[in-house]
Design a protein around this ligand. Structure first.
Ligand code: CTP
Ligand code: C5P
Length: 375
């Protein structure tokens, strides 16, 4: 038995080892939440990540390449180990090879290109556990936002939308009608934020690092930057700009992920201790004092002036508390959008095929099991 009374299927008393696998494309907070829940089921969590070749075979090319996905999954704070190039279908041999008691998956169906449930074998052997899929976020939906250049994700349910459609209508238009992806809106709750937060409070002796930005579609550039920034101190605070602010300096339909979504993605990163939800654009003396900041850091991206044309880091520079970091990554959110636009046909086809596969499985199982819980 592991800590908290966690028991392996065979009643073993050794630490419970949990296996999770997936594509983890555009590694989002839905994936992080699955990983968080899986870790709670055991003591040690291994995440198997599929290769680009395998994903291309099963559902079309991924947006993030395998090196990016391996690195991003490794940085999620509940992950103990990553297995690269994990097989698409989870076999008992895989679980045994990594000495895992069971596999954990979200309560959506994972259908292979041949129409079969990728987890049937482990389900039959009672080495399968299910946790709730995080509603309102999927790679399919994020790709949809990018392709349709929608801005509706900045709005909240109940707010007037220009064409009087509801949020659900718009998400259905953008992503299709699968019961598992794209039909419900992500609801940000304080409980979820608490679950994602490490809860560590800075000690008075800690050297506090402050960084700010959009951190939209959390990518390897952000990760490299945060990893390097964290080495300069003991406690990292990330100030996340509001959607309106990011839209002011990035334009178009940026940010692709709204503030609540960006909060969770950044909090899931092992190099982050605290997040300011809607940070002031100018890093003021008040803010520096409030967090007892020793150093304000910025990576290799343009610093946009504030609305008055002033440098948002002016005060930190005057106090000798500003330092640039070379993240050694040229990745930007715009590069990701560009990848998707260049491969538009592939992604549209991939989304349609995924939708079709899921709908057919859904239709055939609904009579026996009822509808999956979509809330
Ligand atoms: N997952 C989840 N919540 C989400 C998205 C994914 O719990 N919103 C879970 C899946 O159920 C699976 C794991 O994350 O257990 C890895 O999913 P992945 O293989 O990346 O595929 P998808 O489920 O297709 O993810 P997406 O819909 O985002 O493409
Ligand atoms: O562009 P954004 O506001 O999301 O960037 C957040 C922080 O990450 C900034 O300090 C930025 O310079 C840094 N960054 C980086 N390398 C990248 C992308 C972002 O250092 N490739």
């Amino acid at each position: 038995m592991g800590e908290d009374g966690k028991v392996a299927p065979n009643g073993d008393k050794k630490p419970v080892r949990v296996w999770v696998d997936g594509c983890f494309d555009m590694v989002h907070f839905g994936h992080a939440n699955l990983i968080r829940q899986a870790k709670l089921l055991g003591d040690y969590l291994i995440v198997g990540v599929h290769s680009d070749e395998e994903i291309a075979k099963q559902k079309g090319p991924p947006v993030y390449n395998q090196e990016e996905r391996y690195k991003l999954v490794r940085a999620i704070k509940w992950v103990d180990e990553v297995v690269e190039d994990a097989p698409y279908s989870t076999t008992l041999e895989t679980l045994d090879k990594y000495d895992c008691d069971f596999v954990c998956h979200g309560d959506d169906i994972s259908v292979m290109a041949n129409g079969q449930d990728a987890y049937q074998v482990v389900k039959d052997a009672n080495r399968y556990r299910e946790v709730k899929r995080t509603q309102g976020v999927s790679t399919t939906d994020i790709v949809g936002r990018m392709l349709l250049v929608t801005k509706t994700h900045h709005k909240r349910e109940g707010e007037d939308l220009p064409d009087k459609k509801t949020m659900n209508d718009i998400q259905k238009d953008a992503t299709g009608h699968s019961p598992w992806t794209g039909v419900s809106q992500f609801l940000a709750t304080t409980q979820r934020i608490v679950q994602f937060s490490g809860g560590r409070v800075a000690k008075s002796t800690d050297k506090v690092i402050y960084v700010a930005g959009a951190f939209d579609c959390f990518h390897i550039g952000h990760l490299s930057f945060l990893e390097k920034a964290s080495k300069h101190g003991d406690y990292v605070v990330v100030g996340l700009h509001t959607d309106a602010e990011v839209n002011r300096y990035c334009g178009s339909n940026y940010p692709i992920m709204n503030l609540h979504e960006r909060v969770l993605s950044v909090l899931a990163c092992r190099y982050v201790d605290e997040v300011v939800i809607g940070a002031p654009y100018n890093v003021s003396n008040d803010l520096l004092k409030h967090f007892n900041v020793s150093l304000v850091m910025h990576g290799n991206s343009k610093v946009y002036a504030d609305e008055n044309g002033d440098d948002p880091y002016g005060e930190a520079k005057r106090q000798g508390k500003f330092q640039l970091i070379e993240s050694q990554s040229s990745m930007t959110t715009a590069v990701i959008v560009q990848r998707i636009i260049e491969h538009r046909k592939n992604y549209e086809e991939r989304n349609r095929a995924k939708e079709k596969r899921e709908l057919s499985v859904y239709e055939s199982t609904r009579k026996n099991k009822g509808f999956p819980d979509a809330i």
